[in-house]
Structure formats: C-alpha cells, structure tokens
Design a protein around this ligand. Structure first.
Ligand code: UTP
Length: 296
C-alpha cells in the first residue's frame, strides 16, 4: 500500500535577490501579506494537507525564520494578563510543537533541486511534499490538500500545474502533456524555461508530491538551466525511467510572491479578503484608479 504523505520540505535557502536590499537582513519568507509571514501561509496549507513533519532547508542569514517558530511564553503571558484572548489564541495557532520542525543547511545556493536533495536523510524511503513559500495560493480547499487527495487515487510524482499565456512560458518549467483528464494530466516530459515553442500552456508552480527515487536522480544530476541543479530535470528523469509523473490543475489563485509585482498583487488581494480592511482599502483603490484615469 502507498504510504501516506506526512513530511514536507520547505526550501528557503535562496538568496532572494529580487527583494534586495530588504533581504540583506530579512528572509523573504518572513515578509508579510497583511500581518502573516509568507511562511505561515505555507505551514497552514501543509497542515491542512495532513503534514506533521516540517523540514526547512535554510542558509546563512535565515535565523529570523527559526525564531519565528519558537514559542513566546513572555508575549503569551502578557496578552493573557491584558485579557487580549483573541490575539493569544491566534498567536497559539502559529506555534509548532517540539520535534515537528527540522532545519538543514544548504551551504551554497546550488539550485532548488540541490536544496531538496539536502533533506534526503530526513525523508528516508517515503513519498513527501515540497512547498515553495514564495508561491502563495488562495483557494477554498488548500492546494496541497487537493493534490494529496488526488495522490491517494493516483500515486506517483505530481506537480501543481497552472495555465499561463504562451509568452510567459519562458519563466516556468512547462509540461509536455500526454493525456488530459481535467484536473489530472499525464505527462511525457518537462522543459525548464523554454526560450521558444513551449510544449503546452501548463506551467509547474511551487507544490510537488514526490517519491523518494527523486533523490537518486538528484544525486546523479548535473547542472541544468541557469547553472543550477534543477528539480524539474530530476522529475523529468522519472519519466525516462518509466515511472509516473502527473500534473495537477489545482483550483485557486496563485500569487508569485518571489516577484515584486506578484507580492504587491497578493497584498491587495489578501487585504481585500479581510473583512476589517476591505472597505477602507477598496475605497482607496477606487480613489487612486479614478485619479490616474483623470490624469490621463
Ligand atoms: P528562486 O528562484 O525564487 O530564488 O527560488 P531566490 O533566491 O529565492 O530568489 P531570487 O530569484 O534571488 O529573488 C525558488 C525557491 O527555491 C529556494 C528558494 O529559497 C525559493 O523558495 N532555493 C533556491 C533554495 O532553497 N536553494 C537554492 O539554491 C535556490
């Protein structure tokens, strides 16, 4: 019987150059959408999908991330003393139990594939999830949960897939689709950041369910696009060795919070989704849109 997926890898060792100078001292994953750090959205999504072990691949300068997951007894006691019980409850939902989190270092930013490979000993011989916290997905049912449910019906490697305009394909790993069954597609290949002629309009985004053979592929991987060890190359190798890889068309809206434009869009969307902020923010947005129309 297929083992249940209970472990997730969060690769957070990248340099975050697109957010310099902020990322000189603040890890990108700690940056907030409204009042929650990006990493909190990723953890919440993983928990909803049944993940109980959280493995962070970190690097120098990411200690704020480790601190974020510590309990804060003093703060909790103060909130309690002041009767701020709602805030206290909310704070407690962000606590992680001892032993649930593991940190492993990637000593050099050699690519996403290499970051995942760094966690191989903590995964062992079972299927696992990979979540890129830069990709924030607003969805009624969290994206990873949708994928885990699909995995129970169709075990194998699975990547989250999203339709993109053809002229944007050069920014993504793109799927070469064999059969399209709606939410689930079978694939015959993957191309990382194709400069021209993408094989489909389905792009891979930052959620993966992987089988442990991936680590063998990563061990023998050479550098791919951009001089980095690419996770997509290791997944594509599964296909050449006759194993299954699925694309999963998830329901939901993905924000690329690794880019400034995507981060700003997510800030507006998550702000508008908050009841206490919606009206004031919407009024402001109307006002500036009308102002810029009038100026044209
Ligand atoms: P990105 O391609 O967004 O790179 O990585 P980055 O370094 O985070 O950001 P920029 O491009 O310099 O602005 C995608 C994901 O893979 C992780 C990143 O932390 C991010 O979650 N990653 C990337 C690693 O963990 N290690 C690497 O060597 C590269």
């Amino acid at each position: 019987m297929q083992k249940k997926i209970t472990k997730a890898i969060f690769p957070v060792a990248g340099l975050g150059t697109r957010f310099l100078p902020a990322t000189k001292s603040v890890p990108k994953e700690i940056m907030t959408l409204v009042d929650r750090p990006l990493i909190q959205y990723a953890i919440d999504e993983a928990r909803a999908a049944g993940i109980t072990e959280f493995i962070f691949v970190t690097s120098r300068g990411k200690s704020a991330l480790e601190d974020y997951f510590d309990h804060s007894p003093q703060l909790e006691a103060e909130l309690e003393a002041k009767g701020k019980l709602e805030l206290l409850e909310m704070l407690k939902t962000t606590n992680m139990d001892s032993g649930q989190i593991a940190y492993i270092r990637q000593h050099k930013a050699l690519g996403l594939g290499h970051a995942v490979w760094c966690a191989r000993r903590l995964i062992g011989d079972e299927p696992f999830a990979v979540i890129l916290p830069d990709d924030v997905i607003a969805a009624e049912k969290p994206c990873l949960q949708q994928m885990v449910e699909a995995f129970e019906q169709a075990p194998g490697n699975m990547v989250a897939a999203m339709e993109v305009p053809m002229d944007k394909a050069k920014n993504y790993g793109m799927l070469d689709v064999a059969e399209d069954h709606g939410n689930l597609v079978t694939i015959r290949g993957m191309v990382e950041k194709p400069k021209e002629n993408p094989p489909s309009n389905l792009a891979v985004i930052g959620r993966y369910l992987l089988t442990p053979q991936i680590f063998d592929n990563l061990s023998s991987s050479s550098k791919g696009a951009g001089g980095e060890i690419q996770l997509t190359d290791a997944i594509a190798q599964e296909l050449t060795e006759g194993r299954k890889v699925y694309g999963y068309r998830f329901q939901g809206q993905r924000f690329d919070c690794g880019s400034k434009a995507g981060f700003l869009q997510a800030t507006v969307a998550f702000g508008l989704a908050r009841e206490e902020l919606r009206d004031e923010l919407a009024d402001y947005l109307h006002e500036i849109v009308n102002f810029s129309k009038a100026a044209q």
